[in-house]
Design a protein. Structure first.
Lengths: 112, 116
């Protein structure tokens, strides 16, 4: 079965860049996603990348995908206090009926 | 983007009672809705996939008689937790999907269930 792992916690200073990492085991993914969850709320889609791409940039967000190593990362430039949240990567598998497998989540804390 | 609502946002119930949670897609027709549960500081675990007009598909280990899912229309899916017990206390999140690739799922704000 699929297994998606993330480091649990990341602390950065305001203005610095944050890099959140994700590793997965199933190589038959079609899309990979990054979601943000604020306390007591649902998930907000931040960005996604198609599995045949290796990089996608969207304003302050940069997604890097290394299919060989099954490694996905999200870089947030100029991190702000409002970026403090839990970040989940998610994998959608080929033929999976649009089901998502979520990573374990990384709590990002932005300090002044 | 598309909006998905959930009702109620939080509920406290006594052990042995049943609780119904609604998930509505407000501005689009969702052929597929997903139900997740999330324990504190943990990831989302998919419980079931709900397709309009047909029976839900439950993930392994999820009791379909305990977690009743009904997807009667393209804008409404309901999850009923029957004979709730304290271990059912959790954050329940629904999402609605469909449309063109990448088949984005739009998430509801979640329902906090506490069973006393």
């Amino acid at each position: 079965g699929e297994d998606v792992e993330q480091s649990l916690f990341l602390s950065v200073r305001e203005g610095d860049s944050s890099v959140i990492n994700c590793t997965y085991t199933d190589s038959s993914s079609t899309y990979l996603y990054w979601y943000k969850q604020e306390p007591g709320a649902g998930l907000q889609l931040l960005t996604y990348i198609f599995s045949n791409m290796d990089m996608k940039q969207d304003q302050r967000l940069t997604v890097l995908l290394n299919k060989k190593d099954k490694h996905l990362s999200l870089r947030i430039a100029d991190t702000q206090t409002g970026d403090s949240a839990i970040y989940f990567c998610a994998e959608e598998l080929t033929g999976g009926g649009n089901k998502l497998t979520f990573g374990t989540g990384t709590q990002l804390k932005v300090e002044l | 983007g598309a909006v998905v609502s959930q009702h109620p946002s939080w509920v406290i119930c006594k052990s042995g009672t049943s609780v119904k949670i609604e998930c509505r897609s407000l501005d689009f027709q969702a052929t597929t809705m997903f139900w997740y549960r999330q324990f504190p500081k943990q990831s989302l675990m998919l419980m079931a996939t709900s397709n309009e007009g047909s029976k839900a598909t439950y993930e392994q280990g999820v009791e379909k008689d305990k977690f009743l899912i009904n997807h009667a229309s393209l804008t409404l899916s309901t999850l009923t937790v029957t004979s709730a017990h304290p271990e059912d206390s959790s954050f329940y999140i629904c999402s609605a999907g469909g449309g063109s690739p990448p088949y984005e799922q739009y998430f509801g704000p979640g329902t906090r269930l506490t069973v006393t």
